[in-house]
Design a protein around this ligand. Structure first.
Ligand SMILES: [Zn+2]
Length: 139
């Protein structure tokens, strides 16, 4: 029982280390890029705290601390910019009501939709304003 638990723990630790290593790679995680960046952001904050602590206890020189801090802040800026970029394109997991509203709107039949390119217009048009093809005015 103890051996099983110990080996399970060892596997978990190993998996965690491998996971962190993979996450450190610069290429974006396709499954959940946002969670991946959040983890990186948290790791950078942790490193900043660590550096600050080591500086306070005298393990880091002033120069080393400033250099480490600057490097981490640069990395943090990159991660934050990436998060902002993703936030602008993907709905955040917290915004459920808006997502639901969009779904309802999409489910409702849209009049004045171009059959050729799918462009939607507020009013009935004889010709599509996007692709110029004649549009069937749907009731
Ligand atoms: Zn069109």
């Amino acid at each position: 029982m103890t051996i099983a638990l110990a080996s399970l723990l060892a596997v978990a630790v190993l998996a965690f280390i491998l996971f962190v290593r993979t996450e450190d790679l610069p290429e974006p995680e396709p499954v959940s890029p946002f969670a991946h960046l959040d983890e990186r952001k948290a790791a950078i904050y942790e490193n900043l705290r660590d550096a600050q602590f080591e500086y306070r206890v005298g393990k880091l020189s002033d120069d080393d601390y400033q250099q480490t801090k600057l490097g981490l802040q640069k990395e943090l800026a990159v991660v934050m910019a990436e998060i902002d970029r993703i936030k602008g394109t993907l709905p955040a997991p917290g915004i459920e009501p808006r997502k639901a509203a969009v779904k309802v709107a999409a489910a409702a039949p849209k009049p004045n939709t171009c059959a050729s390119c799918g462009a939607q217009f507020d009013r009935a048009l004889k010709f599509c304003g996007e692709c110029g093809k004649p549009m069937k005015v749907r009731a």
